[in-house]
Design a protein around this ligand. Structure first.
Ligand code: SF4
Ligand code: MG
Length: 318
Protein backbone atom coordinates (compact mmCIF):
# COMPACT_ATOMS: atom_id res chain seq x y z
CA UNK A 1 0.00 0.00 0.00
CA UNK A 2 1.37 3.38 -0.94
CA UNK A 3 1.74 5.77 1.97
CA UNK A 4 3.50 8.53 0.08
CA UNK A 5 3.58 9.45 -3.59
CA UNK A 6 6.07 12.02 -4.77
CA UNK A 7 5.28 13.20 -8.28
CA UNK A 8 7.65 15.30 -10.31
CA UNK A 9 8.62 17.30 -7.24
CA UNK A 10 10.67 20.43 -7.76
CA UNK A 11 12.19 22.82 -5.29
CA UNK A 12 14.10 25.74 -6.78
CA UNK A 13 15.77 28.54 -4.87
CA UNK A 14 16.45 31.99 -6.24
CA UNK A 15 20.07 32.99 -5.77
CA UNK A 16 20.50 36.73 -6.10
CA UNK A 17 18.47 38.38 -8.83
CA UNK A 18 18.94 36.14 -11.82
CA UNK A 19 20.21 32.76 -10.76
CA UNK A 20 18.20 29.75 -9.77
CA UNK A 21 19.44 26.73 -7.87
CA UNK A 22 17.36 23.73 -8.91
CA UNK A 23 18.01 21.81 -5.71
CA UNK A 24 15.29 19.27 -6.42
CA UNK A 25 14.44 19.14 -10.08
CA UNK A 26 11.60 16.75 -10.80
CA UNK A 27 11.82 13.61 -8.71
CA UNK A 28 9.15 10.89 -8.54
CA UNK A 29 8.86 7.88 -6.27
CA UNK A 30 6.47 6.08 -3.94
CA UNK A 31 6.99 4.93 -0.38
CA UNK A 32 5.03 1.90 0.80
CA UNK A 33 3.56 1.52 4.26
CA UNK A 34 6.01 -0.05 6.69
CA UNK A 35 9.05 0.12 4.43
CA UNK A 36 12.26 2.10 4.59
CA UNK A 37 13.28 3.93 1.48
CA UNK A 38 16.91 5.00 1.56
CA UNK A 39 17.73 8.24 -0.27
CA UNK A 40 21.43 8.49 -1.02
CA UNK A 41 23.68 11.07 -2.66
CA UNK A 42 26.66 13.31 -2.09
CA UNK A 43 26.34 16.45 -0.04
CA UNK A 44 24.59 19.17 -2.02
CA UNK A 45 22.68 16.76 -4.27
CA UNK A 46 19.32 17.95 -2.93
CA UNK A 47 18.40 15.03 -0.68
CA UNK A 48 17.83 17.11 2.46
CA UNK A 49 15.89 19.66 0.46
CA UNK A 50 13.76 16.81 -0.89
CA UNK A 51 13.10 15.60 2.69
CA UNK A 52 12.18 19.05 3.88
CA UNK A 53 9.95 19.72 0.90
CA UNK A 54 8.15 16.42 1.42
CA UNK A 55 7.56 17.48 5.02
CA UNK A 56 6.38 20.93 3.86
CA UNK A 57 9.12 22.77 5.73
CA UNK A 58 9.74 24.21 2.25
CA UNK A 59 6.94 24.97 -0.17
CA UNK A 60 7.41 22.96 -3.36
CA UNK A 61 8.10 24.91 -6.56
CA UNK A 62 5.97 22.39 -8.43
CA UNK A 63 4.89 18.77 -8.34
CA UNK A 64 2.90 16.82 -5.81
CA UNK A 65 3.38 15.11 -2.48
CA UNK A 66 0.46 12.80 -1.83
CA UNK A 67 0.20 11.38 1.65
CA UNK A 68 -2.35 8.65 2.29
CA UNK A 69 -4.15 9.63 -0.90
CA UNK A 70 -4.29 13.33 -0.05
CA UNK A 71 -2.36 16.11 -1.72
CA UNK A 72 -0.46 17.71 1.16
CA UNK A 73 0.07 20.98 -0.64
CA UNK A 74 -3.56 21.81 -1.13
CA UNK A 75 -4.66 24.30 1.49
CA UNK A 76 -6.33 22.57 4.42
CA UNK A 77 -8.16 23.47 7.59
CA UNK A 78 -6.01 24.07 10.69
CA UNK A 79 -7.19 20.77 12.10
CA UNK A 80 -6.22 18.76 9.03
CA UNK A 81 -2.87 20.52 8.78
CA UNK A 82 -2.16 19.73 12.39
CA UNK A 83 -3.14 16.10 11.84
CA UNK A 84 -0.72 15.73 8.97
CA UNK A 85 2.06 17.59 10.81
CA UNK A 86 1.70 15.07 13.60
CA UNK A 87 1.85 12.04 11.32
CA UNK A 88 5.08 13.11 9.63
CA UNK A 89 8.04 13.71 11.93
CA UNK A 90 11.73 14.36 11.30
CA UNK A 91 14.96 13.23 12.87
CA UNK A 92 17.96 15.41 12.08
CA UNK A 93 21.64 14.82 11.44
CA UNK A 94 22.99 16.87 14.26
CA UNK A 95 21.14 15.94 17.41
CA UNK A 96 22.97 18.68 19.27
CA UNK A 97 21.88 21.68 17.26
CA UNK A 98 18.38 20.29 16.88
CA UNK A 99 17.84 20.07 20.65
CA UNK A 100 17.30 23.34 22.51
CA UNK A 101 20.18 23.54 25.04
CA UNK A 102 18.05 25.47 27.55
CA UNK A 103 15.34 22.83 27.72
CA UNK A 104 15.42 19.68 29.80
CA UNK A 105 14.90 16.33 28.13
CA UNK A 106 11.43 16.26 29.70
CA UNK A 107 10.57 19.61 28.12
CA UNK A 108 12.04 18.65 24.75
CA UNK A 109 10.12 15.40 24.49
CA UNK A 110 6.85 16.68 25.92
CA UNK A 111 6.71 19.80 23.75
CA UNK A 112 5.03 17.94 20.89
CA UNK A 113 2.70 16.10 23.25
CA UNK A 114 1.49 19.41 24.71
CA UNK A 115 0.98 20.73 21.21
CA UNK A 116 -1.01 17.80 19.84
CA UNK A 117 -2.65 16.51 23.05
CA UNK A 118 -3.24 19.72 25.02
CA UNK A 119 -5.57 17.98 27.46
CA UNK A 120 -3.14 15.36 28.63
CA UNK A 121 -2.54 15.67 32.39
CA UNK A 122 0.84 16.35 33.91
CA UNK A 123 1.19 12.92 35.44
CA UNK A 124 0.19 11.11 32.28
CA UNK A 125 2.66 13.20 30.30
CA UNK A 126 5.45 12.37 32.73
CA UNK A 127 4.69 8.66 32.46
CA UNK A 128 4.65 8.93 28.70
CA UNK A 129 8.04 10.66 28.59
CA UNK A 130 9.51 8.04 30.93
CA UNK A 131 8.16 5.26 28.70
CA UNK A 132 9.60 6.93 25.62
CA UNK A 133 13.02 7.28 27.26
CA UNK A 134 13.03 3.57 28.03
CA UNK A 135 11.86 2.76 24.54
CA UNK A 136 14.89 4.49 23.04
CA UNK A 137 17.35 2.95 25.49
CA UNK A 138 17.61 5.77 28.03
CA UNK A 139 15.96 5.90 31.45
CA UNK A 140 13.66 8.12 33.44
CA UNK A 141 16.50 9.65 35.43
CA UNK A 142 17.55 11.34 32.23
CA UNK A 143 14.36 13.40 32.05
CA UNK A 144 15.61 16.31 34.13
CA UNK A 145 18.95 16.69 32.43
CA UNK A 146 20.02 18.97 29.61
CA UNK A 147 21.24 17.98 26.13
CA UNK A 148 24.90 18.89 26.80
CA UNK A 149 25.06 16.21 29.47
CA UNK A 150 24.67 13.46 26.86
CA UNK A 151 26.88 11.82 24.24
CA UNK A 152 26.11 12.17 20.54
CA UNK A 153 24.42 8.77 20.39
CA UNK A 154 22.31 9.54 23.47
CA UNK A 155 21.29 12.88 22.01
CA UNK A 156 20.16 11.14 18.86
CA UNK A 157 18.08 8.83 21.07
CA UNK A 158 16.48 11.92 22.60
CA UNK A 159 15.77 13.23 19.10
CA UNK A 160 14.11 9.91 18.25
CA UNK A 161 12.02 9.98 21.45
CA UNK A 162 10.91 13.51 20.60
CA UNK A 163 9.83 12.39 17.12
CA UNK A 164 7.96 9.39 18.52
CA UNK A 165 6.21 11.39 21.25
CA UNK A 166 3.35 12.41 18.99
CA UNK A 167 2.87 8.92 17.54
CA UNK A 168 3.80 9.55 13.94
CA UNK A 169 3.32 7.14 11.02
CA UNK A 170 6.11 8.39 8.82
CA UNK A 171 9.58 9.55 9.82
CA UNK A 172 12.01 11.42 7.63
CA UNK A 173 15.47 10.77 9.05
CA UNK A 174 17.95 13.23 7.53
CA UNK A 175 21.39 11.66 7.93
CA UNK A 176 20.60 10.61 11.49
CA UNK A 177 23.87 8.72 11.93
CA UNK A 178 26.30 10.77 9.84
CA UNK A 179 27.66 12.69 12.85
CA UNK A 180 28.12 9.59 15.03
CA UNK A 181 31.02 7.16 15.55
CA UNK A 182 30.75 4.02 13.44
CA UNK A 183 30.12 1.80 16.49
CA UNK A 184 27.25 4.06 17.57
CA UNK A 185 25.84 4.22 14.03
CA UNK A 186 24.94 0.53 14.12
CA UNK A 187 23.20 0.95 17.48
CA UNK A 188 21.05 3.78 16.20
CA UNK A 189 20.21 1.89 13.00
CA UNK A 190 19.20 -1.14 15.06
CA UNK A 191 17.09 1.01 17.36
CA UNK A 192 15.31 2.55 14.37
CA UNK A 193 14.65 -0.93 12.97
CA UNK A 194 13.19 -2.18 16.25
CA UNK A 195 11.00 0.87 16.59
CA UNK A 196 9.81 0.46 13.02
CA UNK A 197 8.54 -3.06 13.72
CA UNK A 198 7.12 -2.14 17.09
CA UNK A 199 5.29 0.99 15.96
CA UNK A 200 4.65 0.07 12.31
CA UNK A 201 6.57 3.08 11.11
CA UNK A 202 7.52 4.03 7.57
CA UNK A 203 10.89 5.70 7.00
CA UNK A 204 12.61 7.88 4.47
CA UNK A 205 16.23 7.42 5.47
CA UNK A 206 18.60 9.99 3.97
CA UNK A 207 22.33 9.20 3.80
CA UNK A 208 25.40 10.44 1.93
CA UNK A 209 26.88 7.03 1.17
CA UNK A 210 25.78 3.47 0.68
CA UNK A 211 27.58 1.86 3.61
CA UNK A 212 24.96 1.87 6.40
CA UNK A 213 21.74 2.35 4.42
CA UNK A 214 21.68 -1.21 3.22
CA UNK A 215 21.17 -2.40 6.79
CA UNK A 216 17.96 -0.47 7.11
CA UNK A 217 16.53 0.12 3.63
CA UNK A 218 14.11 -2.09 1.74
CA UNK A 219 14.64 -0.01 -1.37
CA UNK A 220 17.21 2.64 -2.19
CA UNK A 221 17.01 5.73 -4.38
CA UNK A 222 20.20 7.42 -5.59
CA UNK A 223 20.18 11.16 -6.23
CA UNK A 224 22.58 13.32 -8.23
CA UNK A 225 22.32 17.08 -8.73
CA UNK A 226 18.61 17.36 -8.04
CA UNK A 227 17.56 14.27 -10.00
CA UNK A 228 17.05 10.64 -9.16
CA UNK A 229 19.40 8.45 -11.17
CA UNK A 230 18.44 4.99 -9.89
CA UNK A 231 15.90 3.30 -7.63
CA UNK A 232 15.72 -0.40 -6.82
CA UNK A 233 15.29 -3.01 -4.16
CA UNK A 234 18.34 -2.76 -1.83
CA UNK A 235 19.64 -6.25 -2.60
CA UNK A 236 19.37 -5.66 -6.31
CA UNK A 237 20.95 -2.22 -6.12
CA UNK A 238 23.98 -3.71 -4.38
CA UNK A 239 24.28 -6.78 -6.56
CA UNK A 240 23.35 -5.21 -9.86
CA UNK A 241 23.80 -1.44 -9.86
CA UNK A 242 22.98 -0.06 -13.29
CA UNK A 243 23.80 3.63 -13.20
CA UNK A 244 27.51 4.51 -13.45
CA UNK A 245 27.12 6.86 -10.48
CA UNK A 246 25.63 4.12 -8.30
CA UNK A 247 28.46 1.83 -9.39
CA UNK A 248 31.01 4.44 -8.32
CA UNK A 249 29.31 5.03 -4.96
CA UNK A 250 29.22 1.29 -4.32
CA UNK A 251 32.82 0.77 -5.28
CA UNK A 252 33.80 3.32 -2.63
CA UNK A 253 32.49 1.35 0.34
CA UNK A 254 34.71 -1.23 1.98
CA UNK A 255 33.63 -4.84 1.55
CA UNK A 256 33.08 -6.82 4.74
CA UNK A 257 33.93 -10.13 3.06
CA UNK A 258 36.13 -9.43 0.07
CA UNK A 259 36.71 -13.14 -0.70
CA UNK A 260 33.10 -14.10 -1.11
CA UNK A 261 31.71 -10.95 -2.65
CA UNK A 262 32.39 -10.60 -6.31
CA UNK A 263 35.39 -8.47 -6.90
CA UNK A 264 34.66 -4.86 -7.47
CA UNK A 265 37.19 -2.43 -8.64
CA UNK A 266 37.23 0.96 -7.06
CA UNK A 267 35.86 3.47 -9.55
CA UNK A 268 37.41 6.86 -8.97
CA UNK A 269 35.43 9.70 -10.45
CA UNK A 270 37.90 12.11 -11.94
CA UNK A 271 35.86 14.60 -13.96
CA UNK A 272 34.84 18.07 -12.87
CA UNK A 273 32.14 18.49 -10.30
CA UNK A 274 29.77 20.88 -12.05
CA UNK A 275 28.36 24.11 -10.70
CA UNK A 276 24.87 23.25 -9.43
CA UNK A 277 23.56 26.61 -10.64
CA UNK A 278 24.78 25.76 -14.10
CA UNK A 279 24.40 22.01 -14.52
CA UNK A 280 25.71 20.27 -17.65
CA UNK A 281 23.36 19.81 -20.59
CA UNK A 282 21.90 16.37 -21.20
CA UNK A 283 22.89 14.00 -18.42
CA UNK A 284 24.07 15.98 -15.39
CA UNK A 285 26.49 13.24 -14.47
CA UNK A 286 28.31 13.26 -17.81
CA UNK A 287 31.29 15.41 -16.70
CA UNK A 288 32.22 12.67 -14.23
CA UNK A 289 30.86 9.61 -16.00
CA UNK A 290 33.58 7.14 -17.08
CA UNK A 291 31.42 5.82 -19.94
CA UNK A 292 29.79 9.01 -21.26
CA UNK A 293 28.78 9.01 -24.94
CA UNK A 294 28.00 11.80 -27.41
CA UNK A 295 24.28 11.51 -26.84
CA UNK A 296 24.78 12.17 -23.11
CA UNK A 297 25.61 15.83 -23.73
CA UNK A 298 22.56 16.36 -25.92
CA UNK A 299 19.67 14.42 -24.49
CA UNK A 300 18.44 14.28 -20.90
CA UNK A 301 18.17 10.58 -20.02
CA UNK A 302 14.63 9.55 -19.17
CA UNK A 303 13.65 8.04 -15.85
CA UNK A 304 12.45 4.60 -16.84
CA UNK A 305 11.63 1.22 -15.34
CA UNK A 306 14.16 -1.03 -17.05
CA UNK A 307 13.26 -4.11 -15.04
CA UNK A 308 10.39 -4.67 -12.70
CA UNK A 309 10.72 -2.15 -9.85
CA UNK A 310 14.16 -1.09 -11.01
CA UNK A 311 14.33 2.46 -12.32
CA UNK A 312 17.28 4.19 -13.89
CA UNK A 313 17.99 7.38 -15.85
CA UNK A 314 20.89 6.61 -18.20
CA UNK A 315 21.35 6.29 -21.97
CA UNK A 316 23.11 2.96 -21.53
CA UNK A 317 19.72 1.35 -20.91
CA UNK A 318 17.51 2.56 -23.70
FE1 SF4 B 1 26.96 8.27 -18.15
FE2 SF4 B 1 25.57 8.93 -20.31
FE3 SF4 B 1 24.51 7.28 -18.52
FE4 SF4 B 1 24.84 9.86 -17.97
S1 SF4 B 1 23.50 8.99 -19.51
S2 SF4 B 1 25.33 8.17 -16.65
S3 SF4 B 1 26.75 10.31 -19.01
S4 SF4 B 1 26.30 6.91 -19.80
MG1 MG C 1 22.02 17.41 4.03
Amino acid sequence: VKLLEVKNLQKHFKIGKKQVLKAVDGISFDIYKGETLGLVGESGCGKSTAGRTINRLYAATSGQVIYNGEDTQVKKSMKDTKEINKKIQMIFQDPYSSLDPRMTVMEIISEGISNYSPHMGKKEKLTKVHDLLELVGLNKNHANRYPHEFSGGQRQRIGIARALAVEPEFIIADEPIAALDVSIQAQIVNLLKELQLDKKLTYLFIAHDLSMVKHISDRIAVMYMGNLVELADSGELYSEPLHPYTQALLSAIPLPNPEIERSRERIILTGDIPDPINPPSGCRFRTRCPVAMDVCAKVVPEWQEVKQDHFVACHLYR
